[in-house]
Design a protein around this ligand. Structure first.
Ligand SMILES: C[S@@+](CC[C@H](N)C(=O)[O-])C[C@H]1O[C@@H](n2cnc3c(N)ncnc32)[C@H](O)[C@@H]1O
Length: 276
C-alpha cells in the first residue's frame, strides 16, 4: 500500500504522543513534515502502515524504536561555538570569577556544567574546549561536563565525538589543530584529553535533572517547540538543578524569559541563581 500522509486522526494521535513524551507540540501545519519523517521510519523497519507503527511505538516492545522516532521528529542541528558570545562569557568572565572565588577559599576547586538538550554534543565539547584553554589555572580542579538529550541516536553520535565541516564552521584553524584530529575527509574527532571531562546521558527535560547541582547550565535551541506548560516544567527543573550562585545560559529562541523570575537577570542570555 502506498503511504501518503497521516490522516487527521493519525496526526492527532502521533502529535499527542510526542507532546506527552517530550513536551514538544507539533503544529497542524507540520502534517506533511511529520508524515515524511515517520514514513522514513516505516521504510527503515518492518511496519506496513502508520497505525501498525503507532501500535508498536506505544507498546512495551517499542522502547528501542522510540529513540529512532525522537531522532526523526526532533531537530538535532548543533555546532561548535554556536552563538559565540555565550562562550566568550563562559571561557572568560565566568571562569575568571570562579578562579578568583576559589583562590579566596570561597568555593571548592570543582566545576560542574550541563548541556541540556545537547543533540550530538558540540555544545558540551565547546565547553570542554573553553576549559582546556584555561587549563593552566584549573590545575587540580575536578571538572565535569554532562550532555543530555532525549534522543539516544543523537547521544550515540555525541559519544563518538566525530563532526563534519558544518558543525565545525566556527572553529578556527588553530583550535582545529589543537583540540581535534582529522579522521577522514572533512571529519574531525574531538581529542581524548578534551573529551575527558565530558559524559553523555539520556534525559527528558520534563523530568528532574540528573545529579544536580550545576554551576552552569546551557539551555539553547531546545524549548522553542515546547508549549507554555511544558516550558514551565522544564524551566523549574533547570532552576532547581542550579547550584546557589550558578548560571543559566539561555538560547535566543527559547521563549522562557518571562519564566525566569527566580533568577537574577544579567543580560538577555545570562541568569544567575543568587545565593541566599
Ligand atoms: C536543536 S538541538 C539543540 C542542540 C544544542 N543545545 C545547541 O544549541 O546547539 C535540540 C535538541 O533538544 C532535544 N530535545 C527535545 N525535546 C527534549 C526533551 N523533552 N528532553 C531532552 N531533550 C530534548 C532534541 O532531541 C535535540 O537534540
Amino acid at each position: 500500500m502506498e503511504l501518503v500522509q497521516l490522516n487527521p486522526q493519525q496526526f492527532e494521535r502521533f502529535s499527542d504522543f510526542i507532546y506527552g513524551k517530550s513536551g514538544i507540540r507539533i503544529p497542524e501545519n507540520k502534517l506533511t513534515l511529520l508524515s515524511n519523517r515517520i514514513r522514513k521510519r516505516l521504510k527503515a523497519g518492518d511496519w506496513p502502515d502508520f497505525d501498525a507503527y503507532y501500535d508498536h511505538l506505544t507498546s512495551l516492545r517499542g522502547a528501542r524504536e522510540l529513540d529512532y522516532f525522537f531522532d526523526a521528529v526532533t531537530t538535532n542541528e548543533t555546532s561548535f561555538f554556536r552563538t559565540p558570545t555565550h562562550f566568550d562569557w563562559f571561557g572568560g568572565p565566568f571562569l575568571e570569577d570562579l578562579v578568583t572565588a576559589t583562590r579566596l577559599g570561597k568555593r571548592p576547586r570543582s566545576l560542574r556544567t550541563w548541556s541540556a538538550g545537547c543533540a550530538s554534543g558540540a555544545e558540551a565539547y565547546t565547553m570542554a574546549i573553553c576549559l582546556r584553554e584555561n587549563a593552566y589555572r584549573l590545575r587540580d580542579w575536578e571538572l565535569s561536563i554532562l550532555g543530555t538529550d532525549i534522543s539516544e541516536a543523537a547521544l550515540e553520535m555525541a559519544r563518538d565525538g566525530v563532526f563534519g565541516d558544518r558543525a565545525m564552521e566556527n572553529v578556527s584553524e588553530k583550535r582545529r589543530k589543537r583540540f581535534f584530529r582529522p579522521v577522514e575527509a572533512d571529519r574531525w574527532k574531538v581529542r581524548t584529553e578534551v573529551a575527558a571531562p565530558v559524559t553523555f546521558e539520556r534525559q527528558n527535560l520534563l523530568r528532574a535533572a540528573p545529579s544536580p547541582p550545576y554551576d552552569c547550565i546551557f539551555i539553547r535551541n531546545v524549548l522553542i517547540y515546547f508549549d507554555e506548560a511544558s516550558k514551565r516544567r522544564a524551566v523549574k527543573h533547570l532552576v532547581d538543578a542550579l547550584a546557589p550562585g550558578g548560571f543559566l545560559v539561555v538560547g535566543p529562541s527559547e521563549g522562557i524569559y518571562a519564566m525566569l523570575d527566580p533568577l537574577k537577570r544579567h543580560s538577555a542570555f545570562l541568569y544567575e541563581k543568587v545565593a541566599s
